[in-house]
Write a protein that binds this ligand. Structure first.
Ligand SMILES: Nc1ncnc2c1ncn2[C@@H]1O[C@H](COP(=O)(O)OP(=O)(O)O)[C@@H](O)[C@H]1O
Ligand SMILES: [Mg+2]
Length: 445
């Protein structure tokens, strides 16, 4: 008895800090030795499948492989129905259809149910003997002594397993969502790039339309001069042929020819200049080419190309710039886009055809000082509220959604000035008074 108690104390001590499989194997092995069984096991019960599955098994003093077996016709079925089963002998006669017990030549059977915290049977502890069991009551009492701790460990392990599964499925979900989000982000970036490209093309379109309009006027005059010259030459020819040319007529025709030729060459030169200017301005609209520009000529031709757009809303544009500023090195294509976008916005947002502002005005002033080009573009239009002003550089922010606004114009301006041209920009706007953009660019030598 003393030896048994000592052994029991050492079993309890040894279980103190073990968990999971180590706990089950350790306990089963020690119980097995304490009770002198031939087979001892702890098993879990699966009521749906009506099977029992060992989680720790000791056979003849050694840890064995776990296995599962059907509960049909077994004493374990009675244990799983919440009975303590004590059959010190002749178990095979009592359960003649339990082939396993018969094959193993088992004589005595002891089984105790294991309960979870709700009182449900979740498993069992079983000891099998090849000979008659002598002290079965004591052994069952021992099983009952440990059953609480075993059940708690089974429950803890199940919960840990569920938690790990939950964690994994949560990780899967997070990964899935991350993939979805990153592909949505890619799609968004692609769309944004496309819209930015469209906006660039739109501002190029504005320039082209403006230039076409500007060139049309001198070319129209030149065509007229050409036909005047043709008429005058025809008259001259026929008078000479018929020998009827009077001096006064000759003088008149010569004066027509002179005037027409002057006008023709003036207008053709103007058209050629416009084309040159446009080339200069549009040079690689998508390139980063640096050029030395004359700020006056550059702004003048840029404004010329924007005039038709401003004309539609009866906006006059005034340029205040020193006629001979020092040359300035920059990327004119990007600068042109900045100015075009800001002025297009005055046309699109500052004025309405039927508003009560008497003079629709845009004023551009520019100066180059110590290698810094400062440009101020002001309109006397309707201005912006603080809320609008705070958002204008956000991509896709527009107050004209559905009316042609993309909300990209000023975000492109911001990006070009800050990231590409290393410049600064500031906006002042007062409702009912107008808007000013103050820009500053360093020379990009
Ligand atoms: N000169 C201006 N006067 C009044 N509002 C302006 C002016 N310039 C820009 N805005 C406001 O800033 C917003 C953003 O401009 P922008 O980024 O160019 O987009 P979009 O022109 O496509 O609307 C406009 O929708 C408008 O509300
Ligand atoms: Mg715009």
């Amino acid at each position: 008895m003393q030896a048994f108690d000592n052994n029991l104390t050492s079993v309890i001590k040894s279980l103190k800090s073990s968990y999971g499989l180590a706990f089950f194997n350790n306990l089963t092995l020690q119980l097995h030795q304490l009770i002198n069984a031939d087979y001892t096991f702890i098993a879990k019960i699966d009521k749906e499948r009506y099977i029992s599955q060992t989680i720790s098994l000791v056979a003849k003093g050694k840890i064995g492989d776990n296995f599962e077996y059907s509960l049909n016709d077994t004493p374990c079925a009675d244990v799983s129905d919440d009975s303590v089963c004590i059959y010190p002998e002749r178990i095979c006669q009592l359960y003649p259809n339990d082939q396993l017990l018969i094959d193993m030549k088992i004589e005595g059977y002891l089984g105790t149910p294991l309960h979870d915290s709700n009182g449900e049977v979740i498993g069992l502890i079983v000891a099998l003997y090849e000979s008659t069991i002598i002290n079965s009551e004591k052994i069952v009492a021992l099983f009952e002594l440990f059953s609480g701790r075993i059940s708690a460990e089974i429950e803890r392990e199940d919960k840990e397993k569920k938690l790990t599964e939950l964690n994994l499925s949560l990780e899967d979900k997070v990964n899935e969502r991350t993939t979805e989000l990153s592909s949505a982000l890619d799609r968004l970036r692609f769309t944004q790039d496309k819209l930015i490209e469209q906006e660039k093309m739109a501002s190029l379109g504005n320039l082209v339309a403006g230039v076409a309009h500007e060139i049309n006027t001198p070319l129209g005059v030149a065509v007229l001069c050409g036909s005047n010259i043709e008429d005058a030459l025809e008259k001259l020819n026929s008078k000479v042929k018929s020998n009827s040319l009077k001096k006064s007529e000759l003088e008149h025709l010569i004066s027509i020819l002179n005037q027409s030729e002057k006008s023709l060459s003036f207008n053709l030169t103007r058209a050629a200049n416009l084309v040159d200017n446009f080339k200069e301005m549009a040079v690689g609209i998508n390139t980063d080419d640096l050029m030395s520009i004359n700020v006056h000529l550059w702004l003048n031709s840029l404004i010329g190309s924007l005039r038709p757009m401003l004309h539609k809303k009866s906006i006059t544009i005034e340029l205040l710039v020193d006629k001979n500023p020092p040359n300035f090195i920059t990327c004119p294509a990007k600068m042109s886009q900045v100015i075009t976008n800001i002025i297009s916005n005055s046309a699109a947002h500052a004025f309405e055809a039927n508003d009560d502002i008497s003079d629709h005005q845009v004023i551009i002033s520019a100066k180059v000082c110590s290698d810094i080009l400062s440009i101020k573009i002001s309109d006397n239009g309707k201005g912006m509220t603080d809320e609008v002003k705070d958002n204008i550089f956000e991509p896709f922010y527009t107050t004209k959604r559905g009316e042609g606004g993309t909300g990209l114009g000023l975000s492109i301006v911001h990006n070009l000035i800050i990231n590409n041209l290393s410049g600064k920009l500031e906006v002042e706007s007062t409702v009912g008074q107008g808007t000013s953009f103050n820009l500053e660019f360093p020379s990009l030598i």
